[in-house]
Design a protein around this ligand. Structure first.
Ligand code: ZN
Length: 474
């Protein structure tokens, strides 16, 4: 994610004052997390920053979503089939769903009992699901999707626009448009079919498998075979100019631009193949089967770009540095995904450092200069307000330390272990954890093993401890 205005760090700081617009359902209290013996799947995965998100007792393997959107009336008609494997005997289990009306729920074809509790859809199958079984939950639902306001004041989820919807879900917005185990710890494959009026384009992740028009409505069928965290899923709809091409190495690109942003977008989007090639050189093989971008026209309240899987999505024409940042997330965040939201710095630190490196290698400031300028800021600046590895509360999840101080920590690591080992880390970390989940401890252990060095002090000072750290001696 990158805040607008893309290069202004003040943008994030100013938005801190909106923290009072809390969304209690995301953060208040801890959800019931009992699970196991009584056959009830947990109604939370116990995320330290967003304790109400996600569910336990099962692992989703695949989401099949059939969506029909009435653009004019902003009504969504949805059918979701969630295929999951039971990690325990399940007399009941929950999915996250915010708003919308649930019509029917079946489990393995049999009608299930269902109730709603805040953002939980609690399902009691006709027959208990046995531990180890793969089971399919089908949910038919409809209504006007609601957007979410996050604890830090940002707008996310299904965001209506003047010609459709801009759909971004970090951290919780997926549940505004489908029933989901809404936590990055449970990644799955997706098939998303979206039907819209003829002339509109519906975009999801992965590759477009089919597009056909019948009776004045067009259905777009998208497939993401590689695992995806729910916060990276999209179903953006609008009037777009679509450009389909391939990079020199044959990677398919799908780039959709709102015509009102086309002129300003041309230059930054033209760099996508070059950015992909450069990042592949620095971070190793690109982790997905396609890439691209979506540029919409000022969706109300969305002042950030998001690294939507395979199609980074921008609320207006992006800066080149933002394209570099969001694309780097395909490695850091989308392929190597945090275990919990406390590890958001593993996404943003790397994506921010990618910008520094891009500048350094393309005639701009050196990473050292960027580091020095940031390090010169006063101790009472937001940059030093909390350690990146422990944001403490949900409203801090996109704060300056998670971005800039985490990038500074990586630069300190570079200075300590030297360029040779550091650039090996940048390549081998995403290779080792490709399409998996990781946390800070995994990263620290990985670096120590690769370098054969004790790096405890550096990581503790820069990632875990309060206050402005001393610079490491290299
Ligand atoms: Zn980011």
């Amino acid at each position: 994610m990158t805040r607008l205005p893309f290069r202004a760090r003040d943008g994030r700081r100013a938005r801190g004052v909106l923290a009072s617009v809390l969304l209690p359902v995301l953060v208040a209290g801890t959800a019931c997390s009992s699970s196991g013996g009584d056959g009830t799947g947990a109604q939370s995965v116990g995320d330290p920053l967003f304790p109400r998100l996600g569910n336990g007792g099962y692992d989703v393997r695949h989401y099949a979503l059939r969506l029909d959107y009435d653009v004019e009336n902003r009504r969504l008609d949805g059918a979701a089939t969630v295929t999951a494997k039971a990690g325990q005997d399940l007399r009941s289990f929950s999915l996250d769903l915010s708003g919308l009306t649930v019509r029917t729920v079946t489990v393995d074809g049999r009608k299930a009992e269902v109730r709603r509790e805040r953002n939980k859809l609690i399902v009691r199958p006709a027959r208990e699901v046995a531990k180890g079984a793969t089971f399919r939950t089908a949910v038919a639902y409809d209504g006007r999707p609601r957007t979410l306001t996050d604890p830090d004041g940002s707008t996310e989820g299904w965001v209506p626009t003047d010609d459709g919807a801009f759909v971004v879900g970090e951290p919780a917005g997926a549940m505004t448009w489908f029933p989901v185990n809404n936590h990055p710890g449970d990644k799955a494959a997706y098939d998303v079919r979206i039907t819209v009026p003829r002339g509109w384009t519906a975009i999801s992740n992965g590759e477009l498998r089919d597009e056909r028009t019948r009776g004045g409505r067009t259905t777009f069928a998208w497939r993401s075979a590689e695992p995806m965290a729910s916060y990276l899923a999209t179903a953006t709809i609008g009037k777009f100019e679509v450009d389909r091409s391939r990079t020199k190495s044959g990677l398919p690109l799908y780039v959709a631009v709102d015509p009102r942003e086309a002129a300003k977008s041309r230059k930054p989007l033209a760099t996508i193949p070059e950015v992909l090639e450069w990042e592949t050189g620095v971070f190793g093989p690109y982790p997905f089967s396609s890439s691209g971008a979506v540029v919409d026209h000022e969706p109300k309240g969305v002042d950030y770009a998001l690294e939507v899987q395979t199609k980074p999505s921008y609320p207006e024409a992006p800066e080149e540095s933002t394209v570099v940042h969001e694309m780097a997330h395909e490695w850091f965040g989308n392929s190597v995904t945090p275990k919990t939201w406390r590890d958001m710095w593993l996404n943003e630190g790397f994506a921010t450092y990618a910008e520094w490196l891009w500048q350094e290698q393309h005639g701009g400031d050196s990473a050292q200069k960027t580091f020095d300028e940031l390090y010169a800021t006063d101790e009472d600046e937001d940059l030093w307000a909390f350690p990146p590895g422990d944001p403490g509360k949900a409203e801090n999840v996109s704060g300056d330390p998670v971005y800039d101080r985490a990038a500074m920590a990586l630069h300190q690591l570079r200075g300590t272990v030297g360029d040779r080992a550091f650039f090996r880390i940048l390549k081998e970390w995403p290779a080792e954890y490709r399409h998996r989940n990781a946390d800070a401890a995994d990263f620290f252990a990985f670096c120590e093993k690769l370098t054969g060095r004790e790096l405890d002090q550096l990581f503790t000072a820069w990632i875990e401890k309060d206050g402005k750290p001393e610079k490491a001696r290299s």
